[in-house]
Every structure is written in C-alpha cells, then in structure tokens.
Design a binder for this molecule. Structure first.
Ligand SMILES: *[C@@H]1O[C@H](CO)[C@@H](O)[C@H](O)[C@H]1NC(C)=O
Ligand SMILES: *[C@@H]1O[C@H](CO)[C@@H](O)[C@H](O)[C@H]1NC(C)=O
Ligand SMILES: *[C@@H]1O[C@H](CO)[C@@H](O)[C@H](O)[C@H]1NC(C)=O
Ligand SMILES: *[C@@H]1O[C@H](CO)[C@@H](O)[C@H](O)[C@H]1NC(C)=O
Ligand SMILES: *[C@@H]1O[C@H](CO)[C@@H](O)[C@H](O)[C@H]1NC(C)=O
Ligand SMILES: *[C@@H]1O[C@H](CO)[C@@H](O)[C@H](O)[C@H]1NC(C)=O
Ligand SMILES: *[C@@H]1O[C@H](CO)[C@@H](O)[C@H](O)[C@H]1NC(C)=O
Length: 487
C-alpha cells in the first residue's frame, strides 16, 4: 500500500464509521471546536504576539525620538530579540560605550530581549520602543549578590548579601527610562515559587533599583512580574515616576510592591496604574537599629493621580520600615479599588523615627475592606539587636475628601499607650459602607479632630468641630479595640 492509498483508505473508514454520530452533533462539535480554538489562541497569546511581531505585521512602529546627542540601538551590539538569546553582554557593551562617550540614549527595539542583571550609567536614556520587552532571566545563578543596604543591615528576608536588581544603578546622575510603553518583565513566577518552597538562600532582587542617585525620570513604561519590590529608589533625590504601569498577580506574588521610595527626597509619583501582589506604593526609610543609624528620611514626596489595586496589603502605605523618618508627604487623587486596604501606616516599637506632616486628599475607595489603617504593632524585626524603647512618633496626619463605596471598615486608627497617634484631622468624608455594625470607625490611643460632618460617624476619641471651627464636642477617651480584628 502506498502512503496516499493508506491515507485515503483511513479517511473512508472514518467516514463510514462516524457520519451518523457526526451529523447529529455537528453543530455542537463545531461550537466546541471554535471555543477550544479561541481558548487555545488566548492561551498562546504571547506566542502569537511574537509571531506577529517578527513578521512585521500590525501597525507601523512609531519613530523613536532622539533625546540625547548620542543614540545607539541595542541590536547593533550583537543582541538578538528572540526571547531565548541571552543579551547581557550586549547591554553591557552598549552602556559601556555610553559611559565612555559621556552619555547617550540606548534604544531597545521591538522584540524580547532576555538578559541577566546589568548596570546603568549616568546621563543615559533607556528607551523602550512599543513592543520592546526586556526579560529578566529567572535562573538565580546569573544574578550577582550585593551587600545588604546599610539601613536594613540584612538582605531583608534573608541575612547577608542579597540579589541585585535586574536593572541596577548606583551613584548616578541624570538617568531616564522611558519609551512607547515597552515592558520590563522580571519573570517573577519562578522566583516566587522558589521563595515559597524556601529554595533561595538570599533575598530576591527588585526589578529596578537605583542607589544614591539623583535626577531620575521614569515614564511611559510597563514593569511587570518583579521577583521582589518593583521600583526601588534608595537614598535618591529628584525622582519623577510618571505614567507607568506596574503589574503583578494580585496573590501569590510575594513582596511585589509597586514603588518603594526609600530614604528619598523630592520625589513625584503621578498618573500611574498599579496592580500588584503587595503594597502599591510603600514609603520607607530603613529598618530598626540599622535605619536609625543610617538616619536618612523620606521626605517631600507627592503621590497623585494613581489607580491602585492590592489584595494583600494596601494602595499606598508608609512603613513598616520607617526608622529614618517619613515627612512632608502628599497623597492626592488616589483611587483604590477591589482591595484589602486603601491607605496604611504601619510601624512598631523598635523602629524609632517619625511619620509626620502627611496629608491625604481626595481618596476614593471602591470595595475595600479597610479604608484607612494606622497601626503600631508591625513587630517584624531584623534581629534581637533592636531597641524596644526606640518608639516612632506619629503626628500631624490629615485626611480631606474621602469618598467611596463598599467599604467594610472606613477607618481603623490604633495607636498604643507608648505610640499614640497625635494630631490627626478628618474633614469632608463620606464613605458608603457594607457593614452595619456600631463601631466601624475604630480608634484607640488617638488624638485629633473631625471638622464638619463626616460619614460614617467618627469615633468619640476625636474632638468635633463645625465647619466654622467652633468646638461642638470634646473627645471622650475610649481606648477600646473592636474584637473584629482583621488587619
Ligand atoms: C537605530 O535603528 C533605527 C531604526 O530602528 C535607525 O533608523 C537608526 O539609524 C539606527 N541607529 C543606529 C545608530 O544604528
Ligand atoms: C554593577 O554594579 C554593582 C554595584 O556597583 C557591581 O557590584 C557589579 O559588579 C556591577 N556589574 C557589572 C556587570 O558591572
Ligand atoms: C501599556 O502596556 C500595558 C501592558 O502591556 C497595557 O496594559 C497598557 O494598556 C498599555 N498602555 C498604553 C497606553 O498603551
Ligand atoms: C542554597 O544553599 C544550599 C546549601 O549551601 C545549596 O545546596 C543550594 O544549592 C543553595 N541554593 C541556591 C539557590 O543557591
Ligand atoms: C519638593 O519636591 C518638589 C518636586 O520634586 C520640588 O519642586 C520642591 O522644590 C521640593 N521642596 C523642597 C523644600 O525641597
Ligand atoms: C479626585 O480624584 C479623582 C481620581 O481618583 C479625579 O478623577 C478627580 O478629578 C479628583 N477631584 C479633584 C477635585 O481633584
Ligand atoms: C496639626 O496638624 C496640622 C496638619 O494636619 C498642622 O497644620 C497643625 O499645625 C498641627 N497642630 C499642632 C498643634 O501641631
């Protein structure tokens, strides 16, 4: 029998055996096939995207603007954007050229550019074209180890050294990361899995970490699936982060904070969409005795026009590591949706430092469990060497224009006898609640005021003023904690 005959024969056999079954179920089968095919295509979307991109289909690419006198393309340094070739050397050669020539722009063209961690240099622009994806290699043996950050003393989750970040820089000036919404993808999934299975001997690395640097501008890029915190500017000045997307799974992506301004001064974070597996933004300044010794505050930071989702922690947090102090913070026009908490301040004895002059304006809370949380029992310490008498100060915190719906507990402000929350102000608050219990505005060891009418009714620990500033009712101290204790 020839092959072709065998094939025909089999086809005939098939026709003879199946037709009655087929005809009665043809519509159903066709439907199933179609659904199956669509599911398969959706599933393989990345693969399809890649195919389309390499064949040059889709809209023509936008021209890349020239932002610096020297412009280089990554592919000219031997890089291959196939998602498989390791391009670390190409990144290093290109950036070294930029360093030698006193600065320049490195274009990352459309493609999937796999790389191990690399370092940036001063006066450089990393420009990611539309459909350019920098992929971090997920084999930890390619990730260099760096010494602990001085204000942490530790890798953070592990003692000793820590993995560096995928994109790293220290002591730099004038660094721009921008483009046409290209992506920096940390491929965090295997890191999270190894962390859960306790297979890692060192703290995971962030996606982007800049240490002791200034004049940093990050805009119009997407960061996704960081192994650990996503953007970590540490002891930096003049940092702008604008119009970026930060994405990670909402659960099972441990410690994937969006942005962690850490001992930074003069910083703006605006117009960003953040949906991650931990805090959307968490302002920090070092951990217990190490942070107290390093003593660099985070201050003068404006966070505005963000949309954040966080099912594990909160939209915007301060702490828990805040031992160098956190002050002069404005958070405004923030929308937190389908999340565990809206805003959160977390600290504990041993931290020292202060959190003061923080104003929150125009917060919208859509379906969040606890709207505003301040708590002082975040007892996670680097080692036994912390000083339990180092008590943080929390004062001058104001909330103005708080809206929302589907909120279970609108406010939970729990100071403690040793760390009272002082001079807190609420004004113009009206939040739709889902939970008709009496004490849903929960307070203890808090001092401050409510101005005008707010909904739901505030706790009695606060003084009540009318809009004209006339005292209506003095606080009665009732330092009881509600038993419904869910963070
Ligand atoms: C970089 O690539 C662009 C097109 O993608 C091209 O126009 C430009 O000349 C290239 N620059 C260099 C230095 O090769
Ligand atoms: C990147 O910078 C870090 C910190 O300075 C250094 O330890 C590391 O060796 C650098 N990596 C490369 C490839 O130069
Ligand atoms: C940027 O990319 C992200 C992730 O691919 C996407 O969700 C977002 O819609 C894009 N934004 C724009 C403005 O194209
Ligand atoms: C962690 O350390 C153990 C014991 O030294 C070693 O066997 C293992 O390979 C290390 N794992 C990693 C991921 O480095
Ligand atoms: C605070 O930060 C903003 C934005 O970076 C800056 O314009 C302003 O000068 C800073 N203020 C101080 C006192 O440094
Ligand atoms: C309040 O914030 C929302 C976004 O959450 C924004 O749309 C609105 O314009 C802001 N209102 C004011 C008065 O700025
Ligand atoms: C209380 O905090 C507000 C800012 O919310 C500040 O303007 C005021 O001066 C503070 N009052 C005292 C007595 O420190």
């Amino acid at each position: 029998m020839t092959d072709s005959f065998r094939f025909q024969h089999r086809k005939l056999e098939y026709k003879r055996l199946v037709p009655s079954f087929l005809s009665s179920h043809r519509t159903l089968l066709t439907l199933l096939w179609t659904v199956g095919f669509i599911l398969m295509v959706a599933w393989q979307r990345t693969a399809v995207d890649r195919l389309l991109m390499y064949r040059g289909w889709g809209p023509p690419p936008r021209p890349i603007p020239k932002l610096r006198p020297l412009v280089l393309n990554l592919s000219d340094f031997g890089a291959v954007g196939d998602g498989v070739t390791l391009n670390t050397k190409a990144f290093e050669r290109a950036i070294s050229e930029i360093r030698k020539r006193g600065g320049g722009q490195l274009n990352i063209e459309p493609g999937y550019w796999l790389t191990a961690p690399f370092n940036l240099t001063s006066h450089m622009t990393l420009f990611l074209a539309e459909n350019a994806v920098i992929l971090g290699i997920d084999d930890e043996s390619y990730w260099p180890l760096l010494p602990p950050l001085p204000s942490y003393g530790y890798g953070r989750e592990r003692r000793g050294p820590r993995y560096g970040s995928l994109i790293h820089g220290q002591n730099l000036k004038d660094v721009v990361i921008t483009g046409h919404n290209g992506t920096i993808d940390g491929q965090g999934r295997s890191w999270w899995e190894k962390y859960r299975r306790k297979l890692l001997n060192h703290t995971r690395g962030p996606l982007l970490q800049l240490l002791w640097s200034k004049d940093i501008h990050i805009s119009d890029v997407t960061f996704r699936d960081s192994p650990f915190w996503t953007l970590h500017p540490y002891d930096c000045q003049n940092v702008i982060i604008r119009n970026v997307n930060i994405l990670a799974p909402l659960s099972d992506a441990p410690n994937t904070d969006g942005i962690d301004p850490d001992s930074c001064e003069n910083m703006v974070i605006e117009d960003c969409y953040i949906s991650v597996g931990d805090d959307g933004v968490a302002i920090k300044s070092g951990w217990d005795q190490y942070g107290i010794a390093y003593s660099r505050p985070s201050s003068n930071i404006t966070i505005r026009n963000l949309i954040v989702r966080s099912m594990i922690s909160a939209g915007v947090s301060i702490g828990s590591e805040m031992s160098g102090g956190v002050s002069n913070i404005v958070v405004e026009n923030l929308l937190v949706w389908n999340s565990k908490r809206g805003i959160r301040i977390k600290t504990s004895p041993g931290r020292g430092g202060h959190i003061r002059h923080v104003s929150y304006r125009n917060l919208t809370l859509e379906n969040v469990r606890v709207g505003i949380v301040i708590k002082t029992d975040y007892n996670e310490h680097p080692d036994e060497g912390y000083d339990p008498k180092a008590l943080p100060v929390i004062e001058d915190i104001s909330f103005t224009g708080i809206r929302g719906q589907g909120v279970r507990i609108p406010a939970r402000i729990y100071g403690s006898p040793e760390i009272p929350v002082q001079n807190i102000t609420f004004q113009d608050m009206s939040v739709g609640i889902t939970y008709k219990k009496k004490h849903i505005f929960q307070c203890s060891f808090v001092q401050g005021r409510v101005i005008g009418r707010i909904f739901p009714a505030p706790c009695e620990n606060l003084d009540l003023y009318d809009d004209g500033g006339k005292l209506l009712r003095r606080a009665t101290t009732q330092d009881t904690k509600d038993l419904d204790y869910d963070g």
